[in-house]
Design a protein around this ligand. Structure first.
Ligand SMILES: [Zn+2]
Ligand SMILES: [Zn+2]
Length: 96
């Protein structure tokens, strides 16, 4: 008698039944929905007008609020709230 799950008659029957695919597709769509919801929650927003902004934006397209800027020394994108540039250690003093 073969006792390994999947090779037994029950496992084989379950794999080929509509219930298996129903559970599988329901699980997949639930995972997709959860992923989309999580992505939405994680999206960056403008602190001034709450417009969704992308992490690469330098300023809000809606109200023009400065989100981030370039380091004057190494020209990498830095946050306006940062005191020093993490890339080249230059002190930053931006007007918010
Ligand atoms: Zn804004
Ligand atoms: Zn820098």
């Amino acid at each position: 008698m073969n006792c390994i799950w999947g090779y037994t008659w029950h496992g084989y029957y379950f794999y080929h039944s509509w219930l298996f695919w129903l559970i599988l597709s329901a699980g997949l769509s639930a995972a997709t929905l959860f992923y989309l919801f999580f992505q939405k929650r994680r999206q960056k927003k403008c602190p001034n007008c709450s417009t969704p902004v992308e992490s690469a934006f330098l300023q809000c397209p809606e109200c023009g609020h400065g989100l981030q800027t370039h380091c004057p020394d190494c020209y990498r994108i830095v946050d306006r709230l940062w005191k020093t540039c993490p890339y080249c250690e230059k002190s930053l003093h931006f007007k918010i």
